[in-house]
Every structure is written in C-alpha cells, then in structure tokens.
Design a binder for this molecule. Sequence first.
Ligand SMILES: *Cc1c(COP(=O)(O)O)cnc(C)c1O
Length: 396
Amino acid sequence: MTTSNDAPLRLDSLAVHAGREDFEALGVHATPIDLSSTYPLPSIDIGGDAYERGATGGDLHDTTAVYQRLWNPTVARFEQAFAALEGAEQAVAFASGMATTTAVLTAAKQRRGSHVVALRPLYGGTDHLLATGLLGTETTFVDAVEQVAAAVRPDTGLVIAETPANPTLELVDLAALVAAAGEAPVLVDNTFATPVLQRPLEHGVALSLHSATKYIGGHGDVMGGVVACDEAWAQAIRPIRAITGAIAHPFSAYLMHRGLQTLPLRVRAQQANAQQVAEALAAMAGVDRVHYPGLEGSDPGGLVGEGRQMAGPGSMLAIDLGTHARAAAVAEGVRLFTHAVSLGSVDSLIQQPASLTHRPVAPEARPGAGVLRLSIGLEHPADLVADLEQAIASAG
Ligand SMILES: *Cc1c(COP(=O)(O)O)cnc(C)c1O
C-alpha cells in the first residue's frame, strides 16, 4: 500500500488499512467474515483446477475457494495485512502458534532436511515439540549464538531462536545468528516483540513466526498463529496446512485482523507501563532480580537501546523471588494481575514458568522455581506496582 504521492505507508497506517483495500468497492466498512465450509463450484473443471491449486499452495482469490481447509478469504485478508507489517512477501495463518511451528518444521524437513538447531531458551511448547522428535526431526540444542555454526550440518533444515526469549527476556543478535547459520534458514519466534518492535526478515531471517494468541489478538479471546516468509516458503507451508487441517478459523482471522489495527498503539502503551513497573520492581525490597531489556545492563549489545534490532524493550518481564514458596505466594496473592498463562493481552497476567509454560522443558534448561513471568497490560502502572508491592510484602 502507498500514500497518494506513492510513498510507502508507515507501519501505523498499514496496521489500520492493510487487507482492507477493496472495502470501498465492496461497499463495506468492517471486514466481512466468510464462514462457508464449502463453496459452489462453477463447473467440475474449474473446481478441479482450483482444488489442485489450493492443495499445492496456490492462492484461490480469483476462483472458487472449493473448501475452507484449502483457502478462505477472511484468513487471506489477515495474511495480506500481516505480511505488510512484517515487510514479507507472504504470511500463512494457522489455528494456533504450535500448529504454525508444526507446519514450518514439516516444510523445512521436506525442503532441506530433518535436523534442527534450536537456541535455548525457547517457549516450552516449542522446546517440547523439538525434544520429543514427534515430527521426525532431530534437534541439537545450543545455549549461545556462538555454538550455532558448529551445530549446523548439511541436513540442517532450520535454525530456531526466540528473541526476546521466553521467559527471561534474553536477546539474540539476529544478524549474528543468521551469519552463524550460514546456508541453513533461520526461524525467529517474534511473538514477544511483534512487528511493531522487530521485523526479523530485515535482518536476514527467513521465517518470522508468531503465536497470534498473544499481542496480535491482544484481548485474550482468540487462538491463532502466523508465519511471515517469502513466496517459496509460503508455497511449501500452505499445502501442509491444507493436508493437516491447521488453517485458522475465519472468525479467528477476523479477530486477528482487527487486532492489527490497534497493535502499534497497544504495544507502545503496554511497553511504557512495563518500563515503569520494571523500574519499580528493580527498586523493591524482596525482589532478587528483574529481567527486562529496558533496564540498564540488560542489553549489552545495544539491540534495543541503540535501535540496532528492536524499536523498544516490549512489555514482558520476569522477576526472580528466589524460592518456589515466595513465587507461589506472589502469583496467588496478586489481585489486579490475573494468575494465568498466556500473555500480550490488554490485562496484566502473571505465572510461574517452571510449573506451567516451561514444565515440559528438560530440567537443566528450565527456569528456576522462584521466577515469575509478567505480561504487562494497559492498567495504570501505579495500580500494577501497588498490586505487586502488596503481594511481595505479604510473601515475606
Ligand atoms: C504461546 C506461545 C507459543 C505457542 O502459541 P499457541 O498459540 O499457544 O499455540 C509460541 N511461542 C511463544 C513465544 C508463545 O508465547
């Protein structure tokens, strides 16, 4: 999309308008939701051609969509908008973040090989999927970018990393990671940053993956996933989505697409709150450590501070309270925060990764039992700080 003088639209404008270019011609102002599970076929030949195209990764916007599992116009709108925000040729949307990861791993296996190099820490579900080898992949786990080059093999189909990482907000230098991966394509889980703060493809990353359940939806009422990539990857991923039945539901796609309109605003406002909460926690008695990329000393590479990679530190943070008992007392003692897994919603959430999101991770890579992960929402930061203060004080 461009402005009237042909300049490319800025991210905030794309967030509001992308995927809605045909609204005026359609005479609508809000996204139409197409719930059809099947579509009328103009003829056997046209239907058959469309089926073939859909099942092999093609786009069905100009013909019958045949069947919702192959293609859906509401899902395609969200994909088009999301690709624009990530600066990608294509995006492919799924029923969840894990369904997205499953399809990408399967595509990488087909395209290049079944070996995966995974940089820890990763989201617990991703770590679990790789560690079990459920999809026939073999994974070499590494703990630092410096170990990646030696772990890559001729049959490495994918190098996987997450930044900022879940749950303790470690930052990965994407340019260094891409250089270390060499020929092997890199996938980055961009869930915590969103395209508002970080666009991995600009740093040479091949695939930027999201649990859209988090910031993209933004209101805790939709489950979805999406991956932004080039045309060739999309061609490989779409048939797998069609065959395994992992496409996003049209109503979910509608909610994800709507979420994009306020994404820049929410991300920046939640980030401003998180900065204040992190600073208050860093000064609070009873907190051993605060993990937040916006705090001094948390970003030695200048990835955030110097804007080399991120436009800001985001709104996820973690605190270390030392022991399981104190972490439990705080998670159960907060009143304004909701004690729940997930993140990126307009309301603030708190949870203990060791028992919940990172439970399936191998013990040596699991976060300590004293660590709590906080997702900061849009409440007034002073109310959030007061809530944490009372819970930490009662935890003793
Ligand atoms: C939640 C999450 C996932 C998994 O996404 P689902 O939508 O729950 O399947 C993957 N990565 C990160 C960083 C997440 O937070």
